[in-house]
Design a protein. Structure first.
Length: 108
């Protein structure tokens, strides 16, 4: 199922149920922005060093990159690809775990 602004929060919580309290606590008006913030600041840092969690993180990133929703595209391009995945702790993880869409996006 493609992610849209209408289903991203539900799909995110299905993939990362442990993040429910953080999503609920975020006061952002845009569901894609809320999910982006919690994913980058709560889910991703806790995945470092946990192979199963990293698989889930990179599977989610591939789903984000499949979306054609403009709000999801904005948050993914500007915040996730443009900032977080360029941080020193993420560069080797991206190189090791990137799926085909992420590898293509990062090579641009």
């Amino acid at each position: 199922m493609l992610l849209t602004s209408g289903n991203i929060q539900e799909e995110f919580l299905r993939a990362f149920p442990q993040a429910a309290a953080a999503v609920e606590a975020d006061d952002g008006a845009d569901p894609a922005g809320r999910v982006d913030w919690v994913f980058r600041h709560d889910v991703m840092p806790h995945a470092i060093g946990d192979p199963a969690a990293l698989r889930d993180v990179f599977a989610w990133i591939e789903r984000l990159l499949q979306s054609t929703d403009s709000m999801i595209d904005y948050w993914t391009a500007v915040r996730l690809l443009g900032r977080t995945l360029g941080w020193p702790e993420w560069v080797p993880l991206v190189e090791a775990h990137a799926g085909p869409l992420l590898a293509t996006a990062m090579s641009r």
